[in-house]
Design a protein around this ligand. Structure first.
Ligand code: NDP
Length: 490
């Protein structure tokens, strides 16, 4: 049984009230770890430490090349522990090994990317009237509160920690209470590479207590949050007290548009990957497939045929193609949406049930589920289900496809499949979404910005934009002719 503690000011701690929370393997329903259940007081202490450390300059004033050298060491350690981290990620989140494997590699490379970026030129200079010189420099924001979800426990943590630390901030980090295992391992790595005490602090515990304190505290200068849109709205309200900077990566209900002239098997294959990888627990999941009417029936038949063949099982079985849902509570939420779909009159083309056979009965497995004959107003078309559930809609022409695609409150991602390059770009440019793909779905790069339009969020992770989120911009004006202005006569 793993015993997971919080990390505050370079020390491993239980929570003040000594409470623990069980951490469950979603493939078996078994408890394999216990995590400290932090309190508001624990969060306050971590914030105080982060503030003091920031003000000391121990990290923010370190030459960028030195901060970068820590980040490179962290990346190398993630590589060194790659197999252990992969195994732990699968145990905690349920995702198949091959998915966890990619996440761990990306996590190491994300640290490398920001280690490299922080030593590269930035800022701007401006041509203004003589004898002035105007320029801009970037500075760390201060104390950053980082709150992450459970679907990519390590990777979502790293998407925030790497740029926040590279920029010279100190941090108070809260993992999801459901998946604290690989984030804890990451903080062990921070200790191992000798990251100065108080720079990175981790508090575990519930969102409404510990998370809320991080979002609300006047000593936190910025909150960067990834999670559901409803929680994102709470964070915005909580952050208003000291007008802290916010960055929100929220939910989605992303359209995947398949034109009749697409390469048929390619489109079916990527569309399956778009929704069923990660068991659909992916913010950018292509959970609404829009298909041109002339190939609609053929597409549905082939898609359902392939969906039924997906090998569902525990993540540590190398034959597994789709793992369980992350928790019993989340599985119940997904199953309740399947019921809503049936009640709304959508037709279930396949799936729809919890899997309770072949040794999977103790885990939280749900069949790949496909709904057809849906209408745009249905809840299963409008709301994020965050599970292996997809709706397949029919469209008449390009205009109709765009209207349907943009017809939700979300705007995170979207895909288009067609071999007509001009049409692909025309449609993509009309999509109100921050991340888009043509003839592919899901590829994500540390180098490129990630984030949404509309209620899918504010700001961007990754790439140069992801670093800027964790920086303030300072304008500096210099008088090159040191003499009085002479504005007033006396
Ligand atoms: P939640 O919004 O429920 O939780 C996310 C994090 O916020 C958790 O750490 C949670 O704590 C914490 N939290 C919950 N309530 C509060 C609160 N009142 N104040 C402060 N913090 C709080 O999301 P899930 O964990 O269920 O993750 C799934 C969601 O994340 C989906 O909607 C998905 O789309 C979104 N997501 C978006 C991504 C993007 O890049 N746009 C990427 C990945 C996921 P606790 O430990 O108690 O759960």
């Amino acid at each position: 049984m793993l015993d997971l503690k919080m990390y505050i000011n370079g020390e491993w701690r239980d929570s003040r009230n000594k409470e623990k929370r069980d951490v469950i393997n979603p493939a078996t329903g078994e408890v394999f770890a216990q995590a400290a259940e932090g309190t508001v007081e624990d969060a306050k202490e971590a914030i105080e430490v982060a503030k003091r450390t920031f003000e000391s300059g121990a990290w923010s004033e370190l030459p960028p090349i030195e901060r970068a050298s820590y980040l490179f060491k962290i990346a190398d350690k993630i590589d060194e522990y790659h197999d252990e981290l992969t195994k732990l990620e699968t145990m905690d989140n349920g995702k198949p090994h091959r998915e966890a494997d990619g996440d761990i590699t990306d996590a190491a490379n994300c640290f490398r990317y920001y280690a490299g970026l922080i030593t590269k030129p930035d800022g701007q200079t401006y041509h203004v009237a003589d004898p002035m010189q105007a320029m801009v420099v970037r500075e760390p924001v201060g104390v950053c509160g980082l709150i992450v979800p459970w679907n990519y426990p390590l990777l979502m943590s790293v998407w925030k920690l790497a740029p926040a630390l590279a920029a010279g901030n100190t941090v108070v980090f809260k993992p999801s209470e459901v998946t604290p295992v690989t984030p804890t391992k990451l903080f062990e790595i921070f200790e191992e590479v000798g990251l100065p005490k108080g720079v990175a602090n981790m508090v575990m515990g519930a969102g409404p207590t510990v998370g809320n304190e991080i979002a609300e505290s006047h000593d936190v200068d910025m909150v960067s949050f990834t999670g559901g849109t409803k929680t994102g709205k709470h964070i915005m309200k909580a952050a208003v007290g000291n007008m802290k900077k916010i960055s929100l990566e929220l939910g989605g209900k992303s359209p995947n548009i398949i034109f009749a002239d697409s390469d048929f098997e390619t489109a079916v294959d990527w569309a399956l990957f778009g929704i069923f990888s990660g068991s659909g627990q992916v913010c950018s999941a292509g959970s609404r497939i829009l298909v041109e009417e002339s190939i609609y029936d053929k597409f549905v038949d082939r898609f359902v045929e392939r969906a039924k063949q997906i090998n569902v099982g525990p993540g540590d079985d190398e034959n597994t193609e789709m793992g369980p849902l992350v928790s019993e509570q989340h599985m119940e939420k997904v199953l309740s949406y399947i019921n809503i779909g049936k009640e709304e009159g959508a037709r279930l083309a396949c799936g729809g049930n919890r899997i309770t056979k072949d040794g999977l009965e103790k885990g939280y497995f749900v069949e790949p589920t496909v709904f057809v004959d849906v209408t745009p107003d249905m809840r299963i078309v409008q709301e994020e289900i965050f599970g292996p559930v997809v709706v397949i809609q029919k469209f008449k022409d390009e205009e109709d496809a765009i209207k349907l695609a943009n017809g939700t409150d979300y705007g995170l991602a979207g895909g288009v499949f067609t071999v007509d390059g001009a049409k692909a770009l025309r449609v993509i440019k009309k999509l109100r979404a921050g991340i888009t793909w043509i003839n592919t779905y899901h590829p994500t790069y540390n180098e490129a910005p990630w984030g949404g339009y509309k209620q899918s969020g504010i700001g961007r992770s990754l790439g140069t934009f992801g670093l800027e989120e964790f920086q303030e911009i300072k304008q500096i004006n210099i008088n090159l002719q040191v003499e009085p202005i002479g504005w007033f006569s006396k």
